[in-house]
Write a protein that binds this ligand. Structure first.
Ligand code: FO1
Length: 314
């Protein structure tokens, strides 16, 4: 069995957060680094909101909301008061969640980078995993639709992902540079996981930074991608609809095609075991295991399954 002292996870929001929560139950949290998407970030009434980073932090702290984002049982007094003032209220910020955005924005205003502000939040929440935004620079995801280009949250929350999409782009990718530690964490790990996150709007924004894609290609770690699509549907979010809209097969195989050359092993759900030979034909190993992360038990089981099939003893 290979030695496992450094695990790096390329992470979007909710799916990645659940996978990381499982991992931290199985290996020492200090051995895990999450590289987080910032393409979903938005400015909300002057505050910097980072939904994917926050989903990861709240989940690792055991305080995530029922939908996987925001804070469990949070109140919305501030949002209600803003609505009464006639302010924009389509983005559902809760009162406890608001403290995170105030804290982060104040740190940024004082001159901290996003990765420094994130590290401060990680420390304050007592989280043992290292969480790094992929970049400290602006790197938004733009969704191209029949109605024109939309910022990600404009598409996803304001328009309820109901506008037909024609593409996704990352206009900041040409100038954004990876945050400190990102390239090293990807290149110098024992295991590099591509979390079960949306390939278009969670993982592609990370890979859109050329040094990040190069580090994935050069990583000395075993590279394992976990399918976010099970039985032709997404566990969470618009991944299946995006695969269809952008001309991909709506299946784990459709996702595997996007990761050909970037992963050594593709993990798919037992429900999709029949796709194993087709994934292997893409030039990577493929193994079907239970990938359903229901409850703490499910998250731990999936983490153990992934580590086991990747050849690590846990
Ligand atoms: N998702 C929604 O569907 N509606 C919301 O009002 C909403 C608010 C929100 C506030 C803070 C936060 O961190 C996440 C929030 N999300 C909301 C989730 C978010 O839009 C997406 O889940 C991610 O960006 C996709 O990974």
């Amino acid at each position: 069995m290979a030695e496992l002292s450094r695990i790096t996870v390329l992470a979007g929001g909710i799916g990645a957060a659940r996978f990381l929560a499982g991992l931290q139950l199985v290996v020492p949290p200090g051995s895990i680094t999450a590289i987080c998407n910032v393409g979903d970030d938005l400015e909300w009434l002057g505050l910097k909101v980072c939904p994917d980073i926050d989903s990861v932090l709240y989940t690792l702290a055991g305080m995530e909301g029922a939908e996987g984002w925001g804070v469990r049982d949070d109140s919305r007094h501030v949002l209600d008061a803003l609505r009464a003032l006639g302010a924009e209220s389509w983005f559902g910020i809760g009162d406890i969640d608001l403290a995170t955005h105030l804290f982060r924005t104040e740190r940024l205003r004082q001159g901290a980078s996003l990765s420094e502000a994130t590290a401060a939040l990680v420390g304050a929440r007592g989280i043992g995993i290292t969480v790094i935004p992929v970049t400290d620079d602006p790197h938004p995801t733009v969704v191209q639709t029949a109605e024109g280009d939309l910022a990600f949250q404009d598409y996803f929350v304001r328009r309820r992902a109901a506008v037909p999409i024609t593409g996704v782009s990352f206009p900041g990718a040409a100038t954004a540079t990876p945050a400190p530690g990102v390239v090293e964490a990807i290149r110098d790990c024992d295991l590099l996981c591509i979390a079960p996150s949306n390939p278009f709007v969670s993982i592609s924004p990370l890979l859109a930074l050329p040094p990040v894609a190069a580090a994935v290609r050069e990583s000395r770690g075993q590279r394992v991608a976990i399918s976010p699509i099970v039985g032709g549907t997404a566990i969470k979010g618009p991944a299946a609809a995006m695969l269809a809209a952008l001309g991909h097969e709506v299946s784990a195989l459709g996702v595997a095609r996007m990761y050909a050359g970037l992963a050594d092993l593709f993990v798919l759900d037992t429900l999709d075991a029949a796709l194993v030979p087709a994934v292997q034909a893409l030039g990577m190993e493929a193994i079907a295991v239970d990938t359903m992360m229901t409850g703490d038990e499910g998250r731990e089981r999936v983490a153990r399954n992934v580590l086991r099939v990747a050849g690590f003893d846990v």
